[in-house]
Write a protein that binds this ligand. Structure first.
Ligand code: SER
Length: 596
């Protein structure tokens, strides 16, 4: 039998979909366009949202692709057998074309057909939506599986939490049906063992979403005029299942990368737990860094947004490289393997090979300059701590500021020694010292407030109103890039491609002052992230479910996820005056404003 590889799976999927009349479209950027509330493309459907909500796609109504995806919510878990920060998602879409019948028939054919994956049907299980007060039980999908010969013991009706897909915000959504490979090495964990438990018996390989509804801004679910299909199959994970491997790192997606790490370090993958973990982290993080740097919408390491994630990935890889004895500048050599491996699927990587190498070299140099001394400082610090188990904020800040240690890295190093870090204390130091800097890392944590005084809180409220007014006047292209607020003034950075006109500035200022004159009370409510998104709250977050957030609502003017503090009523603010609109960096504008 032919060996399974990730490349073969990708090729077969696209070939199959082409046979079924789909046009193969290239992967979109890993940096999303438009207002999607995510830092990176986290699923294949994100770049297609405009077409799933009605816009005509130039390539027709049946599309398929392999999409580059970056998900960093679980970055700390990378190092185990399964977590990845970069993965490819295979997907096929019907834009008002076919619906459940074809999607399910084809999923079955691709999974079980001899010409395709040829999986034994008895090793497959399926879940469908069990229904709730808003949408009915998906008997149609269940019946289609039954028609394929699926028996009741392998068909599971699960609640919304498992079998409903939405972007998390307003937009297309609907019930889904998931396909699982049954891992017979694991016995059912009990009589109630279903694909919903994480005992490892059911491995998810594919998801067909039936986008038959639109979640409106006001939270109401309405049927979509065109019924769409969105499917997603994780390439590395499915390849791992087909290859019968225990870990994605043992699939061909990583073979060459790990080999390179082995030859450069002289260590062997699998020889001991720490080496294996470090090698996985290096392989994963550098692969992701190459994909971000190799993207047409170039991002470089920095202290804000995508740039900060990129910096964390590179620096964490370098530190683990040091642990296993990788020589300096190893990152560039490893990147060479990544670009060679992906140059056919993603030609943009090859085209940007020099840029990737240059950026990795620069970031590595920047970090190497201080890394060794920083590590010595850290060792000294932790050696001194005998009773004390928490590294204080001032020291964590010194490691960040003087030695360039991302705070998450210090936390990880501390954990390795059974210590923890006072990250709140770090934050306070950061804000005190960085008040005047451009850096946005602090803003990620506390909204860039210098203090919690009444004057600062009022300017903070004004910042929310400004954000909303900018989007109203300039469009959804505007997204917050950072803010810095003191008792005297606010500074707000946002993405926008050109200088604002005087008219636009006046219009924005007037809108904020109208909100002040309207004297609306500011309401706080606590809810889950999907709920907040469903209500149309602004906020930058990755698709992490289950977390509770606070949403600040200012009448019809603004609704935003935030930690506060704010004024009690917009009427308390006084007159809002924009003093300056200027460039902050490429594609980012900055507004300075005061309250009188
Ligand atoms: N959007 C669905 C997912 O992410 C299917 O592509 O699983």
């Amino acid at each position: 039998m032919t060996q399974w590889t990730a490349a073969r799976l990708r090729g077969l999927f696209l070939e199959f979909m082409q046979e079924k009349g789909h046009t193969i479209i290239p992967s979109a950027s890993v940096i999303p366009q438009g207002n999607v509330n995510v830092l990176f493309t986290i699923a294949g459907m994100y770049p297609l949202i405009p077409y799933l909500t009605g816009k005509a796609h130039p390539s027709g109504t049946r599309l398929a692709d392999a999409q580059k995806c970056v998900r960093t919510v679980d970055i700390e878990s990378v190092g185990d057998a399964s977590h990845l920060t970069f993965f490819e998602m295979l997907g096929n879409w019907s834009l008002g074309d076919y619906f459940k019948k074809e999607a399910i028939n084809w999923s079955w054919e691709f999974l079980t057909g001899d010409k395709w994956l040829g999986i034994d049907p008895n090793r497959l299980a399926f879940s469908v939506f069990q229904g709730d007060e808003n949408a009915p039980r998906d008997e149609e999908a269940a019946n289609l599986w039954r028609e394929m010969g699926v028996t009741e013991d392998r068909l599971f009706f699960l609640p919304k939490q498992y079998n409903w897909w939405s972007t998390g915000g307003p937009g297309p959504c609907g019930p889904d049906t998931e396909m699982f490979y049954i891992n017979t090495d694991k016995e059912p964990c009990g009589p109630d063992c279903t694909p919903a438990c994480d005992c490892g018996r059911y491995l998810e390989i594919w998801n067909d979403v039936f986008m038959q509804y639109n979640l409106r801004e006001d939270g109401i679910l309405e049927p979509l005029a065109a019924q769409n299909v969105d499917t997603g199959m994780g390439l590395e994970r499915t390849a791992c299942v087909l290859m019968g491997k225990q870990s994605v790192y043992e699939t061909d997606a990583f073979t060459d990368i790990i080999k390179k790490i082995e030859s450069l370090s002289g260590k062997v993958y699998g020889s001991d737990e720490n080496t294996t973990r470090s090698m996985r982290i290096i392989a994963d993080h550098l692969r992701t860094a190459c994909m971000i740097l190799g993207d047409e919408r170039g991002v470089t390491p920095s202290n804000t947004d995508q740039g900060y994630i990129l910096r964390r990935l590179i620096r964490r890889a370098i530190r683990h490289g040091m642990k296993i004895g990788l020589p300096d500048v190893a990152a560039v050599a490893i990147a060479g393997v990544v670009t060679a491996q992906y140059e056919q699927s993603y030609p943009e990587l090859k085209a940007r090979e020099r840029f990737i190498a240059e950026q990795l070299r620069l970031e590595e140099e920047r970090f190497q300059r201080t890394l060794k001394t920083g590590m010595r400082e850290f060792e000294k610090l932790s050696a001194k701590m005998t009773d004390e188990k928490v590294i204080d904020g001032a020291n964590a800040f010194r490691l960040f500021d003087t030695y360039g240690f991302p705070i998450e890295m210090t936390v990880e190093m501390a954990q390795e020694k059974g210590l923890s870090v006072d990250t709140e204390g770090f934050q306070l130091c950061y804000e005190r010292h960085r008040e005047l800097s451009h850096s946005g890392a602090a803003q990620k944590f506390k909204g860039g407030l210098a203090d919690a005084s009444e004057a600062t809180a009022k300017l903070h409220t004004a910042t929310h109103l400004l954000h909303a007014a900018l989007r109203e006047v300039l469009g959804d292209e505007v997204a917050q890039k950072g803010s810095n607020i003191t008792e005297e003034r606010l500074r707000f950075d946002f993405s926008f491609s050109r200088k604002m006109t005087v008219d636009e500035i006046t219009h924005v200022q007037t809108r904020v002052n109208e909100a002040v004159q309207a004297r609306v009370p500011i309401l706080i409510s606590e809810m889950s992230v999907p709920q907040a998104k469903a209500l149309g709250a602004l906020g930058l977050f990755e698709g992490k479910y289950g977390d509770m957030v606070k949403v600040y609502t200012m009448g019809g003017f603004s609704k935003e996820i935030c930690g506060g503090p704010h004024a009690g009523n917009t009427g308390d603010l006084g007159q809002f005056i924009i003093q300056k609109e200027e460039s902050s960096s490429a594609g980012v504008r900055r507004i300075k404003a005061v309250l009188k």
